[in-house]
Design a binder for this molecule. Structure first.
Ligand SMILES: [Zn+2]
Length: 98
């Protein structure tokens, strides 16, 4: 079974207790000005424990993440258009066979 990066982070780094003595989890922020930056937080939302794990990303790192996300989004759009064309072709064929 494959896991998302965030799930892997959360599983691998359960070694630091927060202020309420629960093991905190590490997650990665994937949006906003801190994209790519990992942080620890308590599993209990009411605790409010939050601590950055990484140093602040450099402007270059943020630029690369932005470019990769744009590229990913373009590929997703292409894949959706391809899928829609295939569905339309398939439906046209079904209609023609009736
Ligand atoms: Zn806590």
């Amino acid at each position: 079974m494959s896991r998302t990066l965030e799930e892997c982070d959360a599983i691998l780094i359960l070694d630091f207790a927060c202020d309420c003595d629960l093991m905190s989890v590490v997650r990665t922020r994937w949006y906003g000005p801190n994209a790519g930056w990992r942080f620890r937080e308590c599993r209990d939302e009411e605790c409010g424990f939050h601590k950055w794990v990484d140093e602040p990303p450099t402007d270059r790192t943020l630029e690369i993440i932005k470019e990769l996300k744009e590229r990913d989004s373009k590929h997703l759009d292409q894949a959706r258009r391809r899928r829609d064309r295939l569905v339309a072709m398939y439906e046209a064929r079904l209609t023609a066979e009736k």
